[in-house]
Design a protein around this ligand. Structure first.
Ligand SMILES: Nc1ncnc2c1ncn2[C@@H]1O[C@H](COP(=O)(O)OP(=O)(O)OP(=O)(O)O)[C@@H](O)[C@H]1O
Ligand SMILES: [Mg+2]
Length: 173
């Protein structure tokens, strides 16, 4: 690891006013807390396939709820739309058809609201299929602090977490 980069890393002054937005949760009659709720979600990539003059949908009329504490497995063939669905759940892809709520956020609308999405991203993370897509900084240290940095944590906390990871993963030279 490049030790010099640690001293040189600048922590940007992030707007933490998202903290003040209060949300509410939805519950089923049986008491289960709804975390994700998709209603009639359809999706096609802008550059996606066309079939008989119409977009050949990657996802068509998806209705599903995911409850707090559940572990959900999404099964399907290659190219079936699993990653696309996960990116929609994570707010990485904006849908144009249907509605999606996640925690207290209405992702169908809030995806354009920077403050709300900042708060949403502190709750929901995404691990990419290809690990290479997660490593893009010029030093190991910058890669380690990328997540905590953009969660808006204090500089001391970021450094403490980075040290912990470095120690735990035996990344020290
Ligand atoms: N960025 C993109 N632009 C256009 N089409 C895309 C894009 N990403 C995926 N697709 C297409 O959308 C469809 C669904 O892809 P997706 O990656 O969601 O499937 P998957 O179920 O995750 O597949 P795999 O099992 O291979 O991981 C495929 O036909 C794919 O070619
Ligand atoms: Mg996939």
């Amino acid at each position: 690891m490049d030790n010099n980069s640690k001293e040189n890393t600048k922590v940007p002054n992030l707007d933490k006013s998202a903290e003040i937005i209060e949300g509410h949760s939805e519950y089923e009659a049986d008491g289960r807390e709804v975390i994700f709720d998709l209603r009639n979600v359809s999706y096609n990539y802008p550059t996606g396939p066309i079939k008989e003059g119409k977009p050949n949908l990657v996802l068509e009329n998806i209705n599903m709820k995911i409850f707090k504490g559940e572990r959900v497995v999404i099964l399907g063939p290659n190219g079936g739309g699993k990653t696309t669905l996960l990116k929609i759940l994570d707010g990485l892809i904006r849908i144009k058809q249907g509605q999606i709520s996640a925690f207290e956020f209405d992702l169908s609308k809030d995806i354009n609201n920077k403050k709300k999405m900042f708060k949403f991203r502190r709750k929901v993370g995404f691990v990419f299929q290809n690990p290479d897509e997660e490593l893009f900084s010029s030093t190991v240290y910058e890669d380690i602090i990328f997540g905590p940095l953009y969660l808006g944590l204090d500089e001391d906390e970021i450094k403490a977490r980075a040290e912990e990871v470095i120690e735990h993963r035996a990344l020290k030279k």
